[in-house]
Design a binder for this molecule. Sequence first.
Ligand code: CP
Length: 307
Amino acid sequence: MRSVIDILDLSVEELEGLIQTSLDIIQRPAEYSELCRGKKLATLFFEPSTRTRMSFEAAMYELGGNVISMSSAASSSAAKGESVADTARVVSCYADIIAIRHPKEGAALVASENATVPVINAGDGGHCHPTQTLADLLTIYREKGSFEDLTVGLCGDLKFGRTVHSLINALSRYSGVKFVLISPEELKVPSYVKRDVLKQKGIPYVQTTSLEDAIPELDILYMTRVQRERFFNEEDYLRLKDSYILTPDKLRGAKEDMSILHPLPRVNEISVAIDKDPRACYFKQVLNGKYMRMALMRLLLKEAGTL
Ligand code: CP
């Protein structure tokens, strides 16, 4: 049974196919509105979410299907000690496809190994978040027309930010991509990502603590929130939380066509004064996420023989 746990579970050709399907959904939504009639998505969210859960659910409704939902661990039998493996087996009896978010790295993989329907990782701890990357890729594609020859700045919590790890993996497959990794010393990209992805593939990257120094060369600036929920102590979080705040002043040195992305939620990383700047793409990114989740569920349900 085909599941998507990591962005690398999708080939470059499949990513291109998902982008083209999403663009077609945007152009011709009526063609897709009955595709999943009679099918059910189960959303199993053991961690808080607004965008990912609601966009999966909106995506299934727009495909003509239905949704059953578990919106918190506290309201499910996980609170009584039921394992992720058993939960996945059980929910497979009720749904045709599962989207799962869990605070533990690897939980989505365990779910996929025990489910009898496709499983999509909607975020596992600080590990990865492949469908956020699909939203990011469609946004970059719609803004830039290609993924090649881009200088991409990733800024903020690059240690715990799972969206960053998935995006590095995805963009490292395109030629001419360079990364500028902007973070405090304590929140650098984990060494396993640098070793297994950037160094292994020979992708050029620099690490810096200065957003101001980095900004003039960037085609994409991907801001991230400091992930409070993954810190071991509040004192460190409070010290680091406002390390980078993008303001109109800081944008002065940026390219006129630099795109500003953020997976959201933002806390304080992007001043609301930036929202009207034509370079701000983070609310477009939210909508793009829904189209890509529609395209992904269509792909996995077709492969499972359900559609
Ligand atoms: N970007 C993202 O994953 O947002 P939510 O936590 O609201 O789902």
